[in-house]
Design a binder for this molecule. Structure first.
Ligand code: ATP
Ligand code: MG
Length: 138
C-alpha cells in the first residue's frame, strides 16, 4: 500500500467542491487515512512549495495557496501516487483528460482545484508537513 497527499486547494473549497472531490476519491478506491481543514499562512505555503521557489509563478502560487481554507487528505491505495495524479488530470486543465477533476473543474493553470504528490519522496515530505503520527486512522 502506498500513501499520497491530496489537497483541495482554496479555489476548490471556495467553490463548494469539497464533496465532489471526496466523492471521486472514494469512488476511485482510495482509503482516506487522515484529513484536516486548514488555512495556510504565506510562509507555510512557501515551505510546502519550496521546490518551486525559483519558478516565475512561485509568488502567485503561494499567495493563492494561502488565500483561503484548504483541505488536506492522506490517501492510501496500491499505487496511490500515480492513481491520484491520474484522477486529478494534467496541471494545465486544457490538457487534462476527459473525466478528470481538473478537466471538469479547474479554471486556470494555477487555480486547478487539487494537489497531489508526484513521487514517494515528495509524498513523505508533504504528508509529514501536515500530519503527525497521531493523526492517522486505519
Ligand atoms: P500540484 O503540485 O499542485 O499537485 P502539479 O504537480 O500538477 O500540481 P506543479 O508543476 O507541481 O504541478 O506546479 C504546482 C502548482 O503550481 C500547480 O498545480 C499550479 O497550481 C501552479 N502552476 C504550475 N505551473 C504553473 C504556471 N505555468 N503558471 C501558473 N501556475 C502554475
Ligand atoms: Mg506538483
Amino acid at each position: 500500500m502506498e500513501r499520497t497527499l491530496a489537497i483541495i486547494k482554496p479555489d476548490g473549497v471556495a467553490r463548494g467542491l469539497i464533496g465532489e472531490v471526496i466523492k471521486r476519491i472514494e469512488e476511485g478506491g482510495f482509503k482516506i487515512v487522515a484529513a484536516k481543514m486548514l488555512h495556510l499562512t504565506r510562509a507555510q505555503a512557501q515551505g510546502f512549495y519550496a521546490v518551486h521557489r525559483e519558478r516565475p509563478f512561485f509568488n502567485d502560487l503561494t499567495a493563492f495557496m494561502s488565500s483561503g481554507p484548504a483541505v488536506a487528505l492522506v490517501l492510501e491505495a496500491e499505487n496511490a501516487i500515480a492513481r491520484w495524479r491520474e484522477l486529478m488530470g494534467a496541471t494545465d486543465f486544457r490538457k487534462a483528460a476527459e473525466g478528470t477533476i481538473r478537466r471538469a473543474f479547474a479554471t486556470d493553470i494555477e487555480k486547478n482545484v487539487v494537489h497531489g504528490s508526484d513521487a514517494p519522496e515528495t509524498a513523505a515530505f508533504e504528508i509529514s508537513y501536515f500530519f503527525n503520527r497521531f493523526e492517522f486512522v486505519g
